[in-house]
Design a protein around this ligand. Structure first.
Ligand code: NDP
Length: 474
């Protein structure tokens, strides 16, 4: 087992204590990760603070070059990182529709390169006899990044690259469930970056709260649950930290009666279940018009019946285990409650016996809106299919949620679907697709799904603050 270490101020740092990282397919320990103390977190923040003046003054073109170079390094180590992802996260390398670990690495590279090419030029909003007024974007300082276990590497890149690109320094803390890929990637990145620009601490329990209340961290970027997002918002008030919160979603999709079911079903299945449903913007509530309800249920069940769930390190596996025991137990409880409610299970429904957190792909029909499976984000391989007869009623039910990350409308009539999609209460609405994110399109939630956006120029701006420069004339 390789010895993983923290990276603080460009140096590998050992810890007195470690914590075990499990393979969710076997429940066996695959590595010990360093358990940082709050003092070590403080050292990481201090190192990032010391590195900030020089890094923020580094020419923009040089920071862009380094972000591209980071992407190249990660690409060169793509195979190693994909294997690590399978080991600690559970996802297969290829997986269903090619959306496994290699897909995550591909996303990582795409986002890194795209972020490297972003620019925040000075804006001149007035230049006349009275004054020249410029709007400058300045980096915030030290960014604290707290990343989740569903896409450990890609989400780390979503946080870290725009932070670095815009001149900030970073302390990242990955999920205790999946620290290894990020520890290795940060080690690789530190071969390129000046010391202190990117630091990593790992631990299991006390670091997150210490980061969000830290007086010398200027912004927290967090991807995870709404409950923890709310805590972060509260503790960020201490020094008025900026926050970007990308939280839970319970995305609805409305399928209108003119939809070509045979063409739509595979796309709906993929967007609901990829990464085993452990995706913030996955399609999680499927509202289908009564005219095509049975046809859609049958089509989805047929696909679900044809896929393989198993150890992601075995070739040909479509879906790996659920990433951790708590999440596994949550999915089991949600499925069991749906069963008790009398819902009709078309596939799956019971956890696989034996080692590993395996739950088969489960499609549930004839389910009530007030069951946990519909009302909560299950974050697992289980999809409720709900019937509607009136489109306005479907829209009301879709919007009847505290979440508002994404949503979609499916129809042969694109204009009608677009008009309906724009009435969904969510940060991103898709027509004839779902969860289609890309590096140039802002992405974020409304209601309790988050605050702020990531990606593209809008996302980059969130790592900066405005300085207006008024140059008097005459
Ligand atoms: P959480 O949302 O609870 O996040 C855990 C992370 O938050 C850890 O890194 C933890 O650090 C940190 N943390 C905890 N308290 C604070 C605090 N006060 N300030 C700052 N950081 C804090 O994740 P879970 O893994 O428990 O997942 C729970 C649910 O979240 C899932 O069921 C799913 O619904 C959703 N989720 C959503 C994701 C998304 O992509 N939006 C991704 C993953 C999960 P420490 O260990 O140091 O306390």
């Amino acid at each position: 087992m390789p010895a993983y270490k923290l990276i603080i101020d460009g140096k590998k740092v050992s810890t007195t204590e470690t914590f075990p990282v499990l393979n969710p397919a076997t429940e066996k320990v695959v590595a010990q990760a360093p358990k940082a103390t709050v003092e070590q977190l403080n050292e990481a923040v201090a190192a990032a603070r010391r590195a900030f003046p020089a890094w923020s003054a580094t020419p923009d073109a040089e920071r862009s070059r380094l972000v591209h170079a980071i992407a190249d390094t990660l690409e060169a180590h793509g195979e190693e990182l994909t294997k690590l992802l399978t080991l600690e996260q559970g996802k297969p390398g290829v997986g269903f529709a090619g959306m496994g670990g290699a897909f995550e690495i591909g996303g990582t590279l795409a986002w890194a390169h795209a972020t490297a090419d972003l620019e925040l030029p000075v804006e001149v909003i007035q230049d006349n006899d009275e004054a020249r007024i410029e709007v400058h974007r300045k980096p915030l300082g030290v960014i604290g990044s707290i990343t989740p276990w569903n896409f450990p590497l890609m989400i780390a890149i979503w946080h870290v690259m725009p932070a670095l690109r815009s001149g900030n320094t970073v302390v990242i803390k990955p999920s205790e469930f999946t620290p290894l890929t990020t520890l290795r990637a940060v080690e690789l990145m530190n071969e390129l970056l000046p010391p202190g620009v990117l630091n990593i601490v790992t631990g299991d329990g006390s670091l997150g709260a210490a980061m969000s209340s830290h007086p010398d961290i200027n912004k927290i970027v967090f991807t995870g649950s709404t409950a923890t997002g709310k805590k972060i918002m509260q503790s960020a008030a201490g020094n008025l930290k900026r926050i970007t919160l990308e939280l839970g979603g319970n995305d609805a999709a409305i399928v209108l009666p003119d939809t070509d079911v045979a063409a739509a079903a595979p796309k709906i299945f993929a967007t609901a279940l990829f990464n085993n449903g452990q995706t913030c913007a996955a399609l999680k509530r499927l509202y289908v018009h009564e005219d095509i309800y049975d046809e859609m249920c049958n089509a989805l069940a047929a696909i679900a019946g044809s896929v393989k769930t198993g150890d992601g390190s075995v070739e040909g596996i479509d879906f790996g285990p659920i990433q951790n025991k708590t999440q596994f137990e949550k999915v089991c409880a949600i499925a069991s409650e749906a069963k008790t409610s009398g819902a009709r299970f078309l596939t799956g429904g019971e956890p696989v016996k034996g080692a590993g957190y395996f739950f088969p792909v489960t499609i549930v029909a004839d389910i009530a809106d007030d069951t946990r499976l519909v009302a909560e984000e299950p974050f697992g391989p289980i999809l409720p299919v709900l019937k509607f007869s009136d489109v306005e009623d479907a829209l009301r039910r879709a919007n009847d949620s505290n979440n508002g990350l994404g949503g979609s409308v499916w129809s042969a009539d694109v204009a009608r679907a677009t008009a309906l999609a724009s009435r969904l209460e969510c940060g991103t609405a898709w027509v004839n697709g779902h969860a289609m994110i890309q590096p140039n399109m802002p992405f974020g939630g409304v209601k309790e799904s988050g605050m702020g956006v990531e990606f593209g120029r809008y996302g980059l701006e969130e790592y900066t603050t405005i300085q207006s420069l008024y140059i008097a004339k005459g």
